[in-house]
Ligand binder design. Structure first.
Ligand SMILES: [Zn+2]
Length: 180
């Protein structure tokens, strides 16, 4: 599994609402007027790393599951995810294109898998560049690569959880079989 980013980054990329819910659930006081940066500092100072790690892990799992549902839908469309035909299990390049009311959203995604134990994945979007998330665009690329047989789910060394693995097995592979 990839290395976890530091706690401060993991907290900073959550929404203010999530951070407030945490303070509330932990019965802290004196946080209601804090801006996001101050709220993160306050939480880091007042709660134990173990509590914060568990909280971030749960929030990250929710992000992964919610975005994977979108990603599976996108992966099914050749217009949204275009996989470079030269891609293989060592390097996969994809382009994500989504039409918006005010134009197009376009990002390039890249998976580099040249060592046996870790895979480097990246996307041009802010969710990845600023927050370090394995974003929905990368998830959609992963799903397409699995569909095309570039990677096997049980050999994938990038971000994964048992719950997301179940979602992929149920929605990607079952669907594929039933079409035949
Ligand atoms: Zn992205």
């Amino acid at each position: 599994m990839p290395v976890e980013p530091p706690l401060k980054l993991r907290l900073s990329r959550l929404t203010v609402t999530s951070l407030r819910n945490l303070c509330d659930a932990q019965k802290l006081s004196g946080w209601s007027n804090l801006k996001k940066d101050e709220l993160v500092q306050f939480i880091l100072k007042n709660l134990k790393p173990r509590v914060l790690e568990d909280f971030c892990t749960v929030q990250e799992e929710i992000y992964f599951v919610e975005n994977m549902a979108k990603a599976i839908k996108w992966a099914g469309s050749r217009k949204v995810i275009e996989l470079d035909p030269e891609s293989d299990h060592t390097i996969a390049n994809a382009t994500f294109t989504l039409r918006r009311s005010d134009g197009y959203e376009v990002y390039n995604i890249r998976f580099v898998n040249q060592t046996t134990d870790d895979i480097g994945t990246s996307c041009e979007c802010l969710e990845f560049r600023e927050k370090g998330y394995f974003c929905a665009h990368q998830m959609a690329t992963l799903v397409r690569c699995l569909q095309e047989g570039l990677f096997k789910l049980d050999r994938w060394t990038g971000p994964m959880t048992p719950e997301v693995e179940d979602i992929i097995l149920a929605n990607v592979f079952r669907k594929k079989r039933s079409r035949r």
